[in-house]
Design a binder for this molecule. Structure first.
Ligand SMILES: *Cc1c(COP(=O)(O)O)cnc(C)c1O
Length: 386
């Protein structure tokens, strides 16, 4: 059997896949089984922060893998400690819990918020408000947090205690806060799966005002927007606010599984031994990879992310067949007159891999994509959208 047939025979049928068998590559170029090369504007859904087989990343991974690949959280390990310190130094957050995915990072954020509320406001203050069109993961609890009914169907009953408000609608969030005993509001600064829709500063400011007035926590889900993607280390920095809890995953370890939940001043001591855990959490190889990634997301790289972002926005906006460009940094949604799937297929045919989010073409290239490859790929997109 070839890989496609074997996949369709033996792997659970949960994904719609593009007709590409990726076997290798270098940087922002992916090579398929037939030897065809693609410019990769998806980076494995915002995961391969420095592209494929990046030499610096590879050295960090192989060095740690050759020392000790795993030891469990029964013992101390240096990569996890170093990474937690680096994340706290970067953000002013106080402590970090490590897990293996975005959904788990959000589960931890939700548990921390409920525990904080139980300790500080009472056991009945467990409601977490999330936003319509949000995406927070695929576990039963993070599905409950996800404000899109299409993901809920046939999986009910979901975890109780979640309420949705309309994104960028101050009245809606005020009403939700007034009607519930609230532990936290959880939101993405740019809704990724929801169609690459940034929140407005005024809306975010109102959430923080309500949090102050009603003593609840603010959680940012930076699973997709984090780790340099928005042109800042975390996307919330673009709004000049300081959340109580931040979850991140996808791009943090540049292609290895990791989740991290950052706990701020108010919640830094909420967890005590036995309240939460993860066997693979703070895995040394994943943490060494992440430490390497985080250390490279400096001001120079971030300013290049912003410059490349401006290039994509300026080049595509107003082109024939392009109705709008949204997003932030290298997280970009393109509304095309043609069906987005048609544009995605055309790009693939012409050697450019792009993604979809709702009815938009979505770009999530590696943070260090070379400008010449980005320019070539943008020309292919413009042509495909015509
Ligand atoms: C991808 C994503 C998740 C889920 O991450 P997994 O690693 O797939 O569990 C959660 N929140 C946001 C914003 C995401 O983009």
């Amino acid at each position: 059997m070839d890989t496609k047939t074997k996949t369709n025979t033996y792997i659970a049928n949960t994904y719609g896949r593009f007709d590409v068998v990726a076997v290798g590559g270098h940087g922002s170029v992916i090579v398929d089984e037939a030897g065809k090369e693609y410019i990769d504007l998806g980076s494995g859904i915002a995961v391969n922060s420095f592209g494929v087989a990046d030499p610096v990343w590879l050295a960090a991974v192989t060095e740690q893998a050759s020392k000790i690949q795993h030891s469990s959280n029964l013992y101390y390990t240096k990569p996890g400690a170093d990474l937690a310190e680096a994340l706290c130094a970067r953000t002013g957050m106080k402590k970090v819990f490590f897990s293996n995915s975005g959904a788990e990072a959000n589960e931890c954020a939700i548990k921390a918020a409920r525990k904080w509320a139980a300790d500080n406001k009472g056991a009945d203050c467990y409601t977490i408000i999330t936003l319509e069109n949000s995406f927070h993961g695929r576990t039963i609890t993070t599905l409950a947090a996800t404000g899109q009914d299409v993901f809920h169907k046939d999986f009910t009953p979901l975890t109780e205690g979640f309420v949705t408000a309309k994104a960028n609608d101050k009245d809606s969030i005020r009403e939700a806060v007034a009607a519930n005993k609230v532990a936290a509001v959880m939101m993405e600064a740019v809704q990724g799966e929801g169609g690459v829709v940034p929140l407005e500063k005024e809306f975010i400011d109102e959430v923080f005002r309500l949090a102050e007035e009603n003593n609840f926590l603010v959680i940012f889900d930076e699973v997709q927007t984090g780790n340099g993607r928005s042109g800042k280390f975390f996307a919330y920095e673009n709004f000049g606010v300081t959340p109580d809890i931040v979850s991140t995953a996808k791009g943090l370890a540049g292609g290895l599984p990791i989740g991290a939940t950052l706990l701020g001043e108010k919640v830094k001591d909420t967890f005590t031994p036995g309240l939460h855990g993860s066997t693979f959490g703070a895995n040394p190889v994943c943490c060494a990879a992440a430490l390497s990634v985080v250390s490279r997301i400096d001001e120079k790289l971030l300013s290049e992310v912003r410059e490349k972002s401006d290039y994509v926005f300026n080049t595509l906006a107003g082109k024939p067949g392009i109705e709008g460009v949204t997003g932030m940094g290298l997280m970009i949604g393109i509304k095309t007159s043609k069906d987005a799937s048609e544009v995605v297929a055309k790009c693939q045919e012409n050697g450019v891999l792009v993604l979809k989010a709702k009815d938009k073409v979505r770009l999530l290239p590696a943070l260090n994509i070379p400008f010449d490859l980005l320019k070539k790929a943008v020309d292919v997109i413009a042509e495909a959208a015509k």
